[in-house]
Design a protein around this ligand. Structure first.
Ligand SMILES: [Zn+2]
Length: 112
């Protein structure tokens, strides 16, 4: 973690670490940094369901696959997804039957 959060008191971006605390040089506020749990992203599918690792989803629109002449069809079931911080807005890592491992956008799937 090399990016410190801004000061919660005055929103100054010039915070620095002092031992276990973060310190704001502008208003002298000191606080304990959050554990990072608050930064956990919530990934939602096309209709707003919250997705989790291990979920099974279906694809809600035809998807072109790079390097393949066929596309993933609507309704294709994808088992055991994994949420990732992928390339672009791809946030699901999975293996699609007949296509192999790939990353999908959560906006094109629906939880089963
Ligand atoms: Zn401050």
């Amino acid at each position: 973690m090399d990016h410190l959060p801004p000061c919660p008191e005055c929103a100054s971006a010039y915070t620095y670490e002092s031992g276990a605390l973060l310190v704001c040089p502008e208003c002298a506020h000191e606080w304990e940094p959050s554990s990072g749990a608050a930064e956990e992203r919530v990934v939602r599918d096309a209709v707003g369901n919250v997705l989790a690792d291990g979920d099974t989803v279906t694809v809600v629109k035809d998807l072109k696959v790079k390097g393949s002449t066929s596309s993933i069809k609507v309704g294709t079931k994808v088992r055991n997804i994994r949420l990732v911080d992928g390339v672009g807005d791809h946030d699901i890592d999975c293996k699609v039957d007949g296509f192999g491992p790939m990353q999908l956008k959560s906006s094109v799937v629906k939880k089963v």
